[in-house]
Design a protein around this ligand. Sequence first.
Ligand SMILES: Nc1ncnc2c1ncn2[C@@H]1O[C@H](COP(=O)(O)OP(=O)(O)O)[C@@H](O)[C@H]1O
Ligand SMILES: [Mg+2]
Length: 381
Amino acid sequence: MTPHSPRHNALTENEYKPQRQTGFGCHQIDLYTPNMSSLYLDHFGLKRPPFQITPDPDFFFSGGRRGDILSALLHVATHDEGITTMVAEVGSGKTLLSRLMIGKLPADVCAVYLANPFFSRDEIIEAISRDLGLTGLVASMEGKLAALQHELLRRHASGQRVLLVIDEAHTMPIESLEEVRLLSNIETGQHKLVNIMLFGQPELDDLLAEPKLRQLRDRVIHRFDLARLHADEIGAYIDHRLRAAGWTSARLFSPQALAQLVKVSDGRARRINLLSDKALLAAYAQGKESVDEHHVISAARELPTVRPGAAGNVQQPWANPVWQIAAASLAAAGLYGLFLWASLPIPGGGTAASTAEKMQPASSPTLHFDTSLTLGPRRAN
Ligand SMILES: Nc1ncnc2c1ncn2[C@@H]1O[C@H](COP(=O)(O)OP(=O)(O)O)[C@@H](O)[C@H]1O
Ligand SMILES: [Mg+2]
């Protein structure tokens, strides 16, 4: 693939437009929030920041069925036709999976990735057309649709599949979702010209349950659930990320620290990263060689969300002695403002639920590989 191929454009053009991502903050924080790891890298002998909250493929953890789900998504993207949904809580790894999948697609699948689903009907068609390389679009919706259809037919004739991937789809206006359904209708008689994947938080299910969207709901051929990480998976996840960051020794987090992380992380990767980063910073601020339970407790206080069983017991960062020490280090490094900024609430950090969601057993007749761990039937309407 050349740097100017449509697929490349599709990814880069939409990914880095934070100014257009108004109305929800996940992506802005995903892509632009640094963490404090640079302060403790040398102290712990790490080569790279281990717990950044950017969707970095180098750190991909395939446990917790993530690897299987990635394979299943790739299979669907290359074989099936229709609409697929991927539903998971905020910070579970949807965006990372969608980007990894796109990065692994064969050359005959052209992916159009929309990071900003807050598009209107017109904007969706425009964004897709632009990402497919169409220029000089006419003003009328009919004209735009005709040009897009022509391009889709051309690509189909040359043996190319077009995959539309929409992230944060739970925030889409109903009219735009309806436009997506109309797109999924375009076909040659034998084949759909656009396959669609909607990635979103559990509210996506509620949205699709709207009576107005029953036709769209009816076209969903697969629904994936991305479960929270279980206790043992959280330990493996942390170990995996530390090793990817250059950690070579036996143990950096004590068993008690890990047990505490399990309690306060809600099994969501982004929250685990934030907590682990802050716990490492707390250990560093105390000059410790490893992370212990109280470092994780301090880290959890640092996140202004209510911890399980501790309703209302949210402590401000500056009231915590460990963070006063850390803040002093940061101020010395000229980074205190950044520290406060990085301590802002994580988006959507809700109540913790220790019971992990389970994958549904496979029942889709359209799949011919072992999906028992990864694919479920679409939810009953
Ligand atoms: N399977 C994974 N392996 C490694 N890191 C992950 C994984 N899933 C999530 N993460 C980390 O958690 C962060 C949040 O994941 P993201 O894909 O943005 O979640 P979502 O889109 O569900 O809100 C990612 O940027 C990444 O740092
Ligand atoms: Mg996301």
